[in-house]
Design a binder for this molecule. Structure first.
Ligand SMILES: CC(C)(COP(=O)(O)OP(=O)(O)OC[C@H]1O[C@@H](n2cnc3c(N)ncnc32)[C@H](O)[C@@H]1OP(=O)(O)O)[C@@H](O)C(=O)NCCC(=O)NCCS
Length: 407
């Protein structure tokens, strides 16, 4: 098997492989969109002779990490021909991606898993927990706090990248796990006229809170769907994104989406675990968490660069013994020394305070999983009492990591 770049001339073949393995047969418009996306991506293929039997694409993303951001390929369209499965084709393509990452100074990689069982073995860890939330909006949303009463305005989706884009960038810096969005990504992924998964949904609507375009205190991107009188299904508001400065602004936006006429259900997906809605909702029978799932999976391709590329909430000085079956350079004992200003991570012969697999370090990296929980689960070995708690204090972030930007 030959692992190499997939040239532009082979992109149609690659997409046929993708549609084959995902049992998909999209409309022409959708195919065009996929093709444009893949042309922007890094592309790795596995060739058996001249036949393309494996493919993966990687978006050239920038991911927010605590206190900064890092380049982070986002794996997508991962496909191996059914005739060539379980022969190490995926493993070989991922190994190539990691080699390039190390060489080209991209310390992270990330993905959304279609099956959770696949990626842990490659060192990816679930870096956040996301929630699905449903509001029964047949009655007014009951709130324990007073919503911000500034005006709400509908924004033309064509103007969204310039009007709410800068606001999104600010929220991105405040919460780890978020992907930078240029106007193209806004338009292609967030503001597409038709929702990919449900053609009965309306085009995207954008509502912003605040007196002028310059003074936005929050916004929501949502789509609606008519109810069905025959089945008694109420109209739906699907909230794709809702960001706000503070609880009062968030309450105003939730109250707005829950009060749209001819709808009786609000569904939001990919919400953060620390969403204030779950606390300021007065009636938790009305606002229910209907599901939880790991959102973004993260891989520390270069542990040293990843750890020294984030900020720390508290000083720490610990020896970590990291196991990495795929990237030998990450393996072994290193001393992590960090202050709030900077961190260093250097090889050492000293006895370890903690022994852990690189996938578990990835799960903790953005502040979404506590090391202590992994110790209690038997996944991390604590050799020095209190070491896990000290690492947790340093990894802690004000807001929990979150992204609803599935790719
Ligand atoms: C998932 C897929 C890419 C795996 O490709 P592959 O070339 O068969 O994978 P590999 O042979 O490199 O497998 C490596 C390891 O992962 C395991 N593995 C692969 N797919 C798995 C799955 N779906 N569930 C659990 N384990 C899986 C293999 O058993 C193997 O383990 P081993 O090393 O202990 O034997 C391929 O089956 C496929 O294209 N599936 C349909 C599309 C898909 O699900 N893509 C992933 C989207 S996120």
């Amino acid at each position: 098997m030959d692992i190499r770049d997939v040239p532009e001339a082979h992109v149609d073949r690659a997409m046929e492989l993708v549609y084959l393995v995902f049992h998909d047969n999209p409309e022409e418009e959708q195919r065009k969109h996929h093709r444009e996306l893949v042309l922007q991506c890094e592309r790795i293929g596995a060739y058996d002779g001249d036949t393309l039997v494996g493919f993966l694409a990687a978006h050239r993303f920038t991911l927010s990490v605590p206190g900064g951001e890092l380049p982070c390929p986002g794996l997508t369209f991962v496909s191996v021909a059914p005739t060539h499965r379980r022969r190490g084709v995926l493993s070989a393509m991922i190994a190539e991606l990691f080699r390039r990452g190390t060489r080209q100074g991209r310390p992270l990689a990330a993905l959304w898993a279609s099956e959770d069982a696949i990626y842990g073995r490659f060192g990816f860890g679930p870096a956040m927990e996301c929630l699905s939330v449903e509001i029964d909006s047949r009655r007014p949303l009951a709130l324990r706090i007073a919503p911000d009463e500034r005006p709400l305005r509908l924004i033309d989706p064509a103007d969204a990248p310039s009007v709410v884009g800068p606001y999104f960038d600010a929220t991105r810096a405040a919460r780890a796990g978020r992907i930078a969005r240029d106007a193209e990504r806004w338009r292609g992924e967030w503001l597409a006229e038709e929702a990919e998964e449900d053609d009965e949904l309306s085009p995207p609507r954008i509502v912003a809170l605040g007196d002028t375009d310059e003074e936005i205190a929050g916004y929501a991107v949502y789509r609606t769907k008519s109810g069905n009188d025959d089945t008694g299904t109420p109209g739906l508001v699907r909230v794709d994104e809702l960001e706000a400065d503070d609880a009062a602004a968030a309450a105003a936006l939730w109250r707005y989406v829950a009060s749209i006429d001819l709808t009786g259900t609000v569904r939001a997906w990919g919400r953060p675990l620390d969403d204030p809605l779950l606390l300021f909702a007065a009636d938790r029978d009305q606002v229910r968490v209907t599901g939880g799932f790991p959102g973004l999976w993260v891989r520390l391709v270069d542990v040293r660069a990843a750890l020294t590329g984030r900020a720390w909430a508290a000083p720490v000085d610990l020896v970590l013994d990291v196991r990495d079956q795929h990237i030998p350079a990450n393996t072994g004992r290193h001393r992590l020394t960090a202050t709030q200003e900077a961190g260093s991570y250097e090889p050492t012969g000293d006895a370890p305070d903690l022994t852990l697999d690189v996938r578990d370090l990835a799960a903790c990296y953005l502040g979404g999983t506590e090391v202590r929980r992994l110790v209690r689960a038997g996944l991390v070995a604590e050799h020095t009492r209190g070491a896990a708690a000290r690492l947790d204090a340093a990894l802690r972030t004000e807001l929990l990591p979150n992204s609803g930007d599935e790719f």
